[in-house]
Design a protein around this ligand. Structure first.
Ligand code: FAD
Length: 513
């Protein structure tokens, strides 16, 4: 058993050195510091039966992004005289064993609002407190502490963005201290640690994905991407969402910082401060909700509502969710998930999701609307699960919040406004370059037919080497009739949900994005 004052820094998200209050506290007055990451089989164990490579809960791209982030964290820790210790197994058991073995006096980890971590952290804290170990678990994943906002709002989460922004005010500044060195790692005793494993070492063999996500994980990459973005002052000052081209895949029109925020490779408070610094030099800038700063507030808005709403990730038992009799149609769900709907705009987005783990916000809108209230009337929870597994920025609060929104189950109720799977994409990309890239089977289809290839004469299909119904599917539904049916279905459900409507109130309905 090791002696001297020892601290354990338990990394889960928050995979960074900058603005990391838990790490900052862990290093203070400690003779030894054990920086730990636990490979949890729940997230990392390969699932050989899954429809695409990965574990049951995470696609291969997110696992790869996480491993890259860990390698980078290890390198950055090494520069400070420390290193990352990788442990494997059920986190509670593994952690408690190490707390005993290393005689830890101080346990530090970032507070996490995800239900899985909330439950796990209670168990770990209970053990630590009983063992006389000091626990420090600050909120540093978001700009604000969701619990504070809920308190300030009389015990309920604000249900509109505007009321959230009014209550929230300004976030606190990121930590100004730059860590220049860390206490050394102590004796490891009987705890089995390793270096960061490779994908193959985790058991993911023969991954034959043609294209891996172009985004590399890690704090270094996050800070580089942020710095490049902040240099483009006009971009930052004029940022306006939902404007922007969802098909601009060669040069995406948003920051693509979401996966870095998800894993905490980037501090949201630091990002916020950097945007404000740009605004100081560019007085004519956009404002929330459409501005770049406004996007970070959307993130915190969803975190707050998710934190304060029981069963936020379900329709049943969720007090802010409309009860809608969604269809249970696995065939339609599979066609959507596997990019076989016969609508090239929708299928190309679903291929991008699988290959990149990231798509533009409006592309996410298109496919989420299509699956639910737009065309297929499939339950939003099913689509949420697919996104949750495949997105590299997959985030419990934000993903559920946006699926509630897009399915018109909460926050947004204008169910007559449906994204056309044909004309919406065409508006941005009339030649269909995005479709040609992600669906190469359609690469030679003339632009007149690229969004509706089933309307191309057989001679055109032959010339394009793509026979519809053989090489690429016929549409799974007719958009015109399916969308009418969907509108009718939602309208009927809304009538039955009148009570919920009334309780949400006019103020919130007015404030919709
Ligand atoms: P930018 O436009 O550059 O915005 C900067 C940051 O603001 C983002 O990185 C993100 O952290 C935050 N942000 C932007 N838009 C939103 C939003 N609508 N809600 C909350 N925060 C936002 N985002 C996730 O991070 N994880 C998810 O799991 C997720 N699931 C989604 C599911 C659906 C159905 C939809 C419609 C959207 C989802 N989003 C999710 C929100 C949004 O699409 C992404 O955050 C955004 O596209 C990420 O790209 P970016 O970093 O370039 O964003």
């Amino acid at each position: 058993m090791a002696s001297g004052s020892a601290s354990l820094m338990w990394f889960r998200k928050g995979l960074r050195i900058h603005d990391n209050p838990a790490l900052d506290f862990a290093r203070q007055e400690s003779e030894r510091l054990y920086p730990v990451f636990i490979i949890d089989p729940r997230y990392m164990e390969p699932d050989l039966n899954a429809f695409s490579p990965g574990s049951t809960r995470a696609g291969i791209n997110r696992i790869k992004f996480l491993l890259e982030s860990l390698v980078d964290l290890d390198l950055n820790l090494k520069k400070l005289g420390s290193r990352l210790l990788i442990l494997r197994g059920e986190p509670e058991k593994v952690l408690i064993h190490c707390l005993k073995e290393w005689n830890i006096r101080k346990l530090c980890f970032e507070y996490d609002t995800d239900p899985y971590y909330k439950a796990l952290d209670i168990k770990v804290k209970n053990y630590a407190v009983a063992a006389g170990i000091e626990v420090f678990s600050p909120v540093s994943h978001t700009l604000f502490n969701p619990a504070d906002i809920i308190d300030m709002n009389g015990g309920k989460p604000p249900l509109s963005y505007q009321s959230f922004v009014k209550i929230a005010g300004q976030p606190s500044c990121p930590l100004s201290t730059t860590v220049s060195s860390l206490p050394p790692v102590g004796d490891l005793g009987s705890c089995e640690t390793s270096e960061v494993p490779t994908i193959e070492e985790l058991g993911y063999r023969n991954v034959t994905q043609q294209e891996f996500s172009p985004f590399k994980g890690g704090e270094s990459e996050a800070l580089k991407r942020l710095a490049e973005c902040m240099k483009r002052k006009d971009f930052v000052a004029n940022f306006e969402k939902p404007k922007g081209n969802p098909a601009a895949f060669l040069s995406p029109e948003t920051t693509i910082l979401s996966p870095y925020l998800k894993f905490g490779c980037l501090s949201s408070r630091y990002f916020y401060q950097q945007i404000q610094d740009v605004y100081k030099t560019m007085p004519n800038h956009t404002s929330p909700p459409v501005s770049l700063l406004g996007q970070l507030l959307w993130r915190d808005f969803f975190y707050t509502v998710a934190f304060g709403t029981p069963n936020f990730d379900k329709m049943k038992g969720n007090g802010i969710c409309k009860q809608i009799p969604w269809k249970d149609d696995d065939k339609l769900l599979e066609a959507w998930r596997e990019a076989r709907t016969g609508f090239p705009w929708i299928d190309a987005i679903m291929v991008q999701l699988r290959q990149w783990g990231w798509m533009h916000h409006l592309a996410r809108h298109s496919v989420a609307c299509f699956l639910t209230r737009g065309d297929l009337f499939v339950h939003w929870e099913k689509g949420r699960d697919v996104f949750e597994r495949l997105l590299i920025d997959s985030d419990w609060a934000i993903n559920n919040g946006n699926w509630l929104w897009l399915s018109c189950s909460s926050f947004f109720y204008q169910y007559n406004r449906i994204y056309s799977p044909i004309s919406f994409g065409k508006k941005y990309d009339p030649k269909g370059d995005y479709i040609r890239h992600f669906l190469p089977v359609l690469k030679d289809m003339p632009k007149e037919y690229i969004y509706e290839p089933w309307t191309a004469p057989l001679s055109v299909q032959k010339k394009a080497n793509c026979i519809i119904g053989k090489d690429y599917p016929m549409p799974v539904v007719s958009h015109d009739s399916a969308s009418k049916e969907c509108r009718r279905g939602v309208a009927e459900a809304y009538a039955l949900n009148k009570e919920l409507n009334d309780s949400i109130g006019e103020e919130d309905l007015k404030n919709l994005r």
